[in-house]
Design a binder for this molecule. Sequence first.
Ligand SMILES: O=P(O)(O)O[C@@H]1[C@@H](OP(=O)(O)O)[C@H](OP(=O)(O)O)[C@H](O)[C@H](OP(=O)(O)O)[C@H]1OP(=O)(O)O
Ligand SMILES: Nc1ncnc2c1ncn2[C@@H]1O[C@H](COP(=O)(O)OP(=O)(O)OP(=O)(O)O)[C@@H](O)[C@H]1O
Length: 530
Amino acid sequence: MASTPPTTLDVEDGCGGSPARRAASSSRPHVPAREVPGRRGMEEGKMDENEWSYHGEGNKSLVVAHAQRCVVLRFLKFPPNKKKTSEEILQHLQNIVDFGKNVMKDFLGENYVHCGEVVQLPLEFVKQLCLKIQCERPESRCDKDLDTFSGYAMCLPNLTRLQTFHFAEHRPILCVEIKPKCGFIPFSNDVTHEMKHKVCRYCMHQHLKVATGKWKKISKYCPLDLYSGNKQRMHFALRSLLQETQNNLRIFKNGELIYGCGDARSPVADLKELAHHLKPFFFPSNGLASGPHCTKAVIRELVHVITRVLLSSSEKARAGALRLGLQGPRVCEASPFSRSLHNQGKNTSEHSGLPKGCLLYKTLQVQMLDQLDIEGLYPLYKRVEQYLEEFPEERKTLQIDGPYDEVFYQKLLDLSTEDDGTVAFALTKVQQYRVAMTAKDCSIMIALSPCLQGTSSDQRPVIPSSRSRLAFSVSVLDLDLKPYESIPHQYKLDSKIVNYYSKTVHAKDDTVRSTRFKEHEDCTLVLHKV
Ligand SMILES: O=P(O)(O)O[C@@H]1[C@@H](OP(=O)(O)O)[C@H](OP(=O)(O)O)[C@H](O)[C@H](OP(=O)(O)O)[C@H]1OP(=O)(O)O
Ligand SMILES: Nc1ncnc2c1ncn2[C@@H]1O[C@H](COP(=O)(O)OP(=O)(O)OP(=O)(O)O)[C@@H](O)[C@H]1O
């Protein structure tokens, strides 16, 4: 086992006091508010599935939230025919926690990363919970089953609520979840497809996703706009996410999903409904005003506030362990925003750059650990594979499946790209690539709550809005290190995405220009000075 054993059912929590006392004084898990450190008493027979509700899920895990307390349980999911042993699941979860603590906290900053801890739950509780939530699961996610066999899960703070008290706050809380994806265009000399130096992966992938039926419409969102640090471009990116959320944007109010996709293809609400939800946060007159003008004003305010939060730096944020200069183009040729500027003869390379302490900057730095691109990385992966075929017992020494400890972290800091032909060099690049891929697939949670008039903000940072000051918190989630085994899949997918884009889309560029977006209609709005 890499580190601390999981919390068992009758243990002390992180707030001191003996287990016996805790058990006597409370029948519920006692969870510290900001982080979920140490141990909690998830006591045998005291876990009630009725206190937990379905919260959301991705491809690999499912999350349930506690009704009163600001905590969630995150369970792993597996295809029905790919069950793992309890020991494997425990190890996997412990690896996730270790990776967060030893790697991502250092790269992204202590304040942004919540590692949680592994907990052991009564099997009966997990089975009942699984039955209870099954009907709420989106059909598109039911190809995988919740792990009800091991009894292990992760306990994390509920990031859709501000983390200040043990119990849910009574103030309204708005939370915006963004999955920004890869924010740079590959700069590696190993890239063979010229298109990859011009158009970002997200924009190219959109076409394949629509062609395969994953999404109905191509999004105007381009990650390079969001990561640009340029307010206009960021506003455009956020507006595009609001128009076509796909799995890149979700909005929660008081912990409940109010906007974005619960299911792959059924959006929860429209913009008008969203504006109605947002009025108490952003609009003057106690949210009583209405009409199209009001909807626009409220959405604009949301976009502006989120941009400001994304550009804010935590006071405690250190510069970060990585110092990777942004190389390659700053603008994606497929972004409707840059196309629009280009068509108007304006400079498309304009960017303001991100402040170094902000989470977007730090996430981008970690993403850029992918220095070689999958095309340059794949031969190095093959080198490691060949070595492992010859010396399979070395897999452990090479830390392919963990432990993700300080030694693992230190090796990631070697940014040299000079290949000396060794397995050591190949391994370092492979591990860096896995970390970069993790950062390309993580999500950012922004929680906002109005400050009560005349009160301090509980030491939380505050952002002004038209209606009141908003206390906010920013966190990252889904920092599970991508598996070594996924590299061949990445290699094939990359080529499929580029080939599809090049052959189908770029060849018909003129048609695409007119169908993908009506540039002048759709972009003029955001070109006003802000
Ligand atoms: O490859 P991508 O870019 O499509 O990313 C996958 C995501 O698809 P997206 O494009 O964001 O809709 C995909 O998201 P969805 O399941 O489509 O919501 C997963 O996040 C997947 O990660 P993992 O295999 O579950 O660890 C992601 O796979 P990784 O490439 O991050 O391994
Ligand atoms: N700590 C948390 N607090 C609140 N909500 C959370 C938390 N962790 C996850 N969620 C919610 O659950 C959803 C699924 O979680 P997560 O992204 O970790 O799943 P995943 O299966 O690992 O994702 P992927 O599809 O990227 O592999 C998230 O999109 C988010 O809405």
